[in-house]
Design a protein around this ligand. Structure first.
Ligand code: AMP
Length: 240
């Protein structure tokens, strides 16, 4: 189990949400929020609690960069500048991932869609697979810059170690044995650029989804356990 997720506690405290997973309808959750809002942490916790995979496009791209694949080489510099990879490429990556057997029961999307163009593409990909439940994690800019300058990620398993948002602590080692490192795009000037990109390209998704009545907003500054619980209950409520 990933460190600091408290997943069992979350699962047992969310009986009707977990029960929904056993029904025929897939649980399709999308987390939106600025970089550092806690989407990655919450996606992992919810994914374990609900028994569905997390699809994190940032993690997929970072793995590609780490393995120096063709994809990794194509996206490395764009990522280091805090800019967005092209919509067409991202849509292809997600289309492929959504077609895998484990994603048929549902998924937690973290980091895609990030533009209205990608959201329209996602609609097309989901087709008749059932509704999408969207949760926005809201965190003010200053708190984000502060969080991200302190964030460390495990170079081996990719888990986050946010001092106030994870039980992993702030040591130099992840419980999996990997080394904790600063992400290349967590330097303050890159974080500011990522926030600008978020407001320009991604925030319009809040309106896109709230217009459909499938969006809920959760205060991302609360304790991680509370955020998990609120997201789980909120996405359950908005989708009935
Ligand atoms: P994240 O871990 O979600 O913050 O993503 C890290 C970086 O990967 C972003 O700053 C972008 O450069 C790139 N990225 C991840 N997901 C997407 C996406 N859906 N569209 C474009 N770029 C993305």
């Amino acid at each position: 189990m990933l460190p600091g997720t408290g997943a069992h506690a979350v699962a047992t405290s969310l009986p009707h949400v977990v029960a929904g997973v056993e029904a025929a309808t897939p649980t399709q959750i999308l987390l939106i929020g600025p970089p550092g809002a806690g989407k990655g942490t919450q996606a992992v916790r919810l994914g374990i609690a609900l028994g569905i995979p997390v699809i994190s496009t940032g993690d997929m791209l970072r793995k590609a960069v780490q393995s120096d694949s063709l994809l990794g080489r194509a996206v490395k510099e764009v990522m280091e500048r805090g800019e967005l990879v092209g919509d067409g490429l991202m849509t292809e990556i997600v289309a492929d991932r959504l077609s895998k057997p484990d994603a048929q029961r549902g998924f937690i999307l973290d980091g895609f869609p990030r533009t209205v163009h990608q959201a329209v593409a996602l609609d097309r990909l989901l087709g008749a697979r059932g509704r999408l439940r969207v949760a926005e994690l809201s965190v003010p800019d200053d708190a984000i810059v502060q969080r991200l300058s302190a964030r460390r990620v495990c170079g081996s398993c990719g888990a986050n170690a946010l001092p106030n948002a994870s039980a992993m602590g702030t040591g130099t080692r992840c419980p999996c044995g990997g080394t904790l490192q600063t992400r290349a795009d967590d330097r303050e000037e890159v974080v500011r650029e990522r926030l600008r990109v978020y407001k320009r390209a991604t925030r319009p998704l809040v309106e896109f989804y709230s217009g459909r009545g499938c969006l809920c907003v959760v205060d991302g500054t609360l304790a991680p356990d509370l955020v998990t619980r609120r997201v789980a209950l909120a996405v359950d409520t908005v989708s009935v």
